[in-house]
Design a binder for this molecule. Sequence first.
Ligand SMILES: NC(=O)c1ccc[n+]([C@@H]2O[C@H](COP(=O)([O-])OP(=O)(O)OC[C@H]3O[C@@H](n4cnc5c(N)ncnc54)[C@H](OP(=O)(O)O)[C@@H]3O)[C@@H](O)[C@H]2O)c1
Length: 260
Amino acid sequence: MQNTPLLHDLDTPANVLVVGATGGIGLAFARDLATRPAVARLFAVARRARANAALNALAAQYPDRVVLLDCDIRDEAALAAMAAAVRIVTPALNLVINTVGLLHDAALQPEKSLAQVTRASLEASFLTNAFAPILLAKALLPLLRHAQPVAFASLSARVGSIGDNRIGGWYSYRAAKAAQNQLLKTLSIELTRLNRRSIVLALHPGTTDTGLSKPFQGNVSAEKLFTPEFSATALLAVIAARVPADSGGFYAWDGQPIGW
Ligand SMILES: NC(=O)c1ccc[n+]([C@@H]2O[C@H](COP(=O)([O-])OP(=O)(O)OC[C@H]3O[C@@H](n4cnc5c(N)ncnc54)[C@H](OP(=O)(O)O)[C@@H]3O)[C@@H](O)[C@H]2O)c1
């Protein structure tokens, strides 16, 4: 149990929402946050959160703190319904962590060459990695627009850095994460006008041992492959160390800024 503040300048228990809470890093965030006295309420959101055994176990352990909500964040109607469900419980969120991301699934593999790029692969990646996070922010805006500190942190990836792209490949994922970064930067400017204590962050978790990275771990040395628990706890420390002047930034798990 960590007794450290969740956010700069936040002196009341926080209302926190984690999206993608069934995923490797998302579940680790949910499990870490549920134990913290600094968290008043934890909304754990996923497409099938209420049918997920691990999330149900967490909600049973912390029944006054953990709320499970089902939502596909690519769906604007589902997002509106999820935001309305949150507003029944609280008028304000202090921390939103989006972990939703897509690198591969049954229909999609990251491209090794241009010949593998298709409209379908671009659309699928952009829908989940770029469009969904900003639609999430739009749906939650009334819950972020208040006088308390608030952070909206979304998991990007270092491979979304254009300046850092040295080996190519992974066209759709790289471009969709780069697009997410630009959308988050733009959000940071508008949100600062609405809440001067807000912080919007794009975060890189480091290569983490989850289903998303599993097929691509071959060349990763053991010490560079993080557990989801390590990544989540490290990123919570990165979020806690940021101040509103950092809003719109892109940071790695160790707190180092990443160039666009
Ligand atoms: N693992 C790494 O090495 C690594 C490195 C760099 C960046 N990242 C980023 O970190 C984030 C988390 O990755 P991870 O490794 O934890 O992946 P993961 O285990 O595959 O988790 C991804 C999560 O996203 C959820 N999700 C996907 N589409 C969704 C949608 N439309 N609506 C709601 N939820 C949806 C999945 O839920 P379902 O149960 O509904 O499928 C799952 O909970 C991703 O954004 C990824 O790009 C990961």
